[in-house]
Design a protein around this ligand. Structure first.
Ligand SMILES: *[C@@H]1O[C@H](CO)[C@@H](O)[C@H](O)[C@H]1NC(C)=O
Ligand SMILES: *[C@@H]1O[C@H](CO)[C@@H](O)[C@H](O)[C@H]1NC(C)=O
Length: 466
């Protein structure tokens, strides 16, 4: 007898231990509020809109380029409205993780947040969730039943902050569903006010125009780029001569906050500030800045470059961010991960070696995985999937050899925390032996029991020697 079960691939508990809870989530814990004195007029405009009782503009839509600081503003308003005890919910989309880029938990998350603040609301939600056909309802029906109707019934107003509409995945049309639902909200008398942000992508602008939702950008709101100056002065307090020179360069940079942030980081790190400023003034684009940042961080020798490539491949391939400690366990080479990640401090975000590493900004990923933009720094995430998969296999093998693996043990392991790699794994159970077939891209690996020991065998060696 042989039965085959397709299972998701799980993180061996040995690797999952002491994982902190700082992975990006839909509450936007990964973002920080505005620096004092920046984006003042934008924040004012949002406050004014929120106070407007006429209900003529249920949606405030802020569309601006990557890196302009939209999430920072969204996070600022979350903190402010929380302090003011407003009835509020939020959803921060992010391509960093599968959960934060899809809408499957959207309505429930928002309803729960509102329910936390108001017991009457919770009661109404619970009744709705008790429907027998709950699992069959469409996004719009969930939105109506869990959020819009209860607010109406109770006669209370609420705020909803949706950050990064553009990072909501649309491969299965869920972004369209979300936008369609917001359109219905916009055109009906509603108790919900929505503050939404995103990049000015074509479908979002078309949706806004078609729905009669006005949108604004930071330049319209602020009327100037003065904010960047405030930011630079704040960051480069210790280098007053440099502030003005950098500000002059940055004026060409379309008020992109992320540019200023990376440039300040590099300036504070470098020994040769003049040389760096000369280099930065050559071309003011984010792509160019990423190249400068990588050029300054990566030693010139071939081995170091390979180490950088391997580590960045793994970082880009993991579906949820992994920490230095986790990556170190999965890395084909000992001791390279911490070194590489530390050197890339200007473009990666993490607090310590147990903190999941994230890219400073979505544009950094877009740059790295585009060969024509990244040139010599091009990263192929497919290779990262292979590296991670092989790393997992090494761990599983060691784990089972130590633990005298049985199917029961395997179940216990697989109920541990989910590993976030796109790996398909097939478990085959024969009497007396168990096989795991693992397929990642063009690699197939096979693990089998031999007595009570686990032996591993790679069926796709060519792919290991890329
Ligand atoms: C959305 O995220 C959930 C986990 O929150 C996951 O189970 C589901 O498969 C995801 N849906 C898509 C379409 O990726
Ligand atoms: C790579 O970047 C170029 C220039 O920005 C762009 O035209 C192209 O569509 C990008 N390629 C991919 C695969 O995204």
């Amino acid at each position: 007898m042989c039965h085959r079960i397709a299972i998701h691939f799980f993180l061996p508990s040995a690797l999952a231990s002491d994982r902190p809870a700082r992975v990006p989530n839909v509450y936007g814990i990964q973002h920080v509020p505005c620096i004092q004195g920046t984006r003042k007029k934008s924040l004012e405009a949002i406050r004014k809109w929120a106070e407007d009782k006429s209900g003529e503009k249920p949606i405030f839509l802020l569309l601006d380029v990557a890196g302009s600081g939209k999430s920072t503003v969204a996070k600022h308003m979350v903190n402010e409205w929380t302090r003011e005890n407003r009835l509020m919910a939020r959803y921060f989309f992010s391509r960093d993780t599968v959960t934060t880029m899809n809408t499957s938990s959207f309505c429930v998350t928002i309803a729960n947040a509102l329910g936390e603040r108001d017991r009457r609301f919770q009661t109404l939600i619970d009744v709705f969730k008790g429907r027998h056909d709950f699992g069959l309802l469409s996004f719009e029906e969930l939105f109506q039943g869990l959020i819009a109707k209860p607010l109406e019934e109770l006669g209370v107003d609420a705020m909803l902050i949706i950050d990064a509409l553009d990072e909501c995945d649309n491969t299965d049309g869920s972004r369209n569903e979300l936008l369609g639902t917001l359109r219905t909200q916009h055109s009906s008398a509603t108790r919900l006010r929505v503050l939404a942000t995103g990049r000015p992508e074509l479908d979002i602008k078309q949706w806004a125009r078609g729905s009669g939702v006005e949108f604004v950008n930071f330049f319209q709101l602020e009327g100037s780029d003065g904010d960047i100056e405030v930011y630079i002065k704040h960051r480069l307090k210790s280098l007053p001569d440099i502030q003005d020179r950098l500000y002059q360069i940055i004026q060409e940079a379309d008020g992109v906050f992320i540019w200023a942030r990376i440039a300040c980081d590099l300036i504070l790190e470098t020994i040769d500030v003049d040389g760096l400023l000369d280099e930065l003034s050559k071309e003011v684009s984010l792509d160019f800045l990423y190249k400068v940042a990588l050029g300054h961080s990566i030693p010139r020798d071939e081995r170091s470059r390979q180490a950088f490539t391997v580590v960045l491949q793994m970082i880009l391939a993991s579906r949820d961010p992994l920490s230095i400690v986790e990556l170190e366990r999965l890395s084909p080479k000992r001791g390279i991960v911490a070194q590489v990640v530390n050197r890339l401090g200007a473009v990666l975000l993490y607090k310590d070696s147990n903190d999941p590493i994230r890219l400073l900004h979505a544009t950094f990923r877009e740059f790295l995985i585009n060969r024509s933009r990244a040139g010599v720094y091009f990263i192929e995430p497919g290779h990262g999937h292979q590296t991670l998969a092989l790393g997992c296999l090494r761990i599983i093998r060691r784990h089972f050899n130590q633990d005298e693996g049985t199917l029961l043990r395997l179940d216990a392991v697989s109920q541990g925390e989910e590993i976030s790699l796109s790996i398909r794994c097939l478990l085959t159970v024969h009497p007396g032996s168990i096989y795991i077939h693992l397929t990642v891209g063009d690699i197939t690996m096979q693990l089998r029991t031999e007595g009570s020991r686990w032996k591993g065998k790679s069926l796709g060696l060519h792919a290991m020697s890329y």
